[in-house]
Design a protein around this ligand. Sequence first.
Ligand code: FES
Length: 79
Amino acid sequence: MTQPKHGTKPIVIEETAGKKAYCWCGLSAKLPYCDGTHGREQTGVKPIVCEVDKPGRKAVCQCHRTGTPPWCDGTHARQ
Ligand code: FES
């Protein structure tokens, strides 16, 4: 299996409103967004699909230890 590309710090983006799919397997070539690799690699991990209500700056968790997925809650800096 391909090694995850995600890091240990959030990816900060200027997000638009609407339905989004954020990668949670760490293999996407389009981080922080899902590109379907989780299915091709049969990871068993699915993206986090959510509705973004308002456009603006978002920090998408990459350490996968946040308590508020897909958003960073600062856990990466505490542990
Ligand atoms: S990257 Fe910040 S909590 Fe995961």
